[in-house]
Ligand binder design. Sequence first.
Ligand SMILES: Nc1ncnc2c1ncn2[C@@H]1O[C@@H]2COP(=O)(O)O[C@H]2[C@H]1O
Ligand SMILES: [Zn+2]
Length: 478
Amino acid sequence: MEVCYQLPVLPLDRPVPKHVLSRRGAISFSSTSSLFGGPDPRKLSQRRGGISYDSADQTALYIRMLGTYSVCCGWLDTCLYLQCIYIDLWLFTPSTESVSPWGCRCCRPLSFQRRLAVSPSLLCPSSRLTLCFLDDDYAGQAKCMLRKVGSWDFDIFLFDRLTNGNSLATLTAHLFNQYGLIELFQLDVIKLYRFLVLIQEDYHSHNPYHNAVHAADVTQAMYCYLQEPQLSSSLTSCDILLGILAAATHDLDHPGVNQSFLIKTNHHLASLYQNTSVLENHHWRSAVGLLRQAGLLEHLPVEDRSNLEMRLGSLILATDISRQNEYLSQFRSHLDQDDLNLQNSAHRHLVLQMALKCADICNPCRPWELSKQWSGKVTEEFFNQGDIEKKHGLEVSPLCDRQLDTVPNIQTGFISYVVEPLFTEWRRFCSTPLSHTMLSHLGLNKAHWREESDPSISHAAFEDSFSLVHFIDVPLRI
Ligand SMILES: Nc1ncnc2c1ncn2[C@@H]1O[C@@H]2COP(=O)(O)O[C@H]2[C@H]1O
Ligand SMILES: [Zn+2]
């Protein structure tokens, strides 16, 4: 770990004074305006309850704008989002600049007498797009992390904190920049920015697992796979654009319950998609809806646009875990025959599908400290579903009963029946240091969970849960 990865983080090289910290629950400014270079603090503190400092650890990371404080025009979502960033900047950047990068009056807070101080990095030239999501002070920390965005031990939870909960938008913008996709596809940066904010907001932040941080984690993993020599030497920029877009959007608007829940509760999505890949179809259609809403690809010829949308769908649909065996058998048969040719676009597409599938369930292959956090989150979501099922007198879905199922047992089963078979094939295709690292973490994590598992719970029961009901429709070859 590098120094820059460690908390606590002070955005300024000066401590927040005790008397400021003591004014919790209000806008807490120093009584000396020189500290933040702001106007009369007594005026500002009239807006009590708007911003608060947390605890006495003297880190300003916790400062948040808790409500909306200006009116907005057609840029509604984007503007509200930006305001939160602006107020952080305003608090901590003793800058005298006062510019709205969008040239849009609605970005200015009405209640404050002073105009916003906006850092030049927010002025959004495409080359600095990533910084649009960060204020100058967090940028140092988050930027430092982004230098290692291709590391398998990238801590997405820390990155999410450093970006004020904007990990998905920040990371994706960074990858678009890194690959030069803005120039290659002549993308409008404001539309791109708006699209990234829209997708981030479309994830449900109250889902313990299926939220924007999971999407950011999958996007980071996807980037690691795209960087593997076999892929990086053969993928086209279109493949890369699709790979990143699919990873970022693959669980859009996930309701926090699984397909069987939607079917048994007669959810309209289940009938809309005829009980087939219900969630994945919805993620895909939501992604297309947001792409069109933001107008990100509207400058492309209709045929190219619709081709991109269809390929995006084919990637997202591949993440339906209940169809894992179909994809795995197809992939395995190519590996057995050694006939994958990455000059062939259909083969490249299959490899992208497999890469996305690996990225989606790679959390058990992360270092233990990260992996166990994901295990806790995914189980919490399963158990929440089980609680709702119990409450409504429905049969509790497999793995969703907090009275019967345990994290270690679920993990042991998931790793054995779902993750290992997939990553074993992936390593056959891509026998690189990364693949070995992932399988080595997987082995260690499985051993950890095995030690904690309850041996009285039959393994066969878990095999049933994973292979027959919850995930896999055909028994797996292990
Ligand atoms: N660590 C885990 N333990 C158990 N199930 C998991 C784990 N990680 C992912 N999953 C499941 O695998 C599924 C892959 O697709 P989803 O992201 O839609 O939903 C995911 C979860 O249902
Ligand atoms: Zn997912």
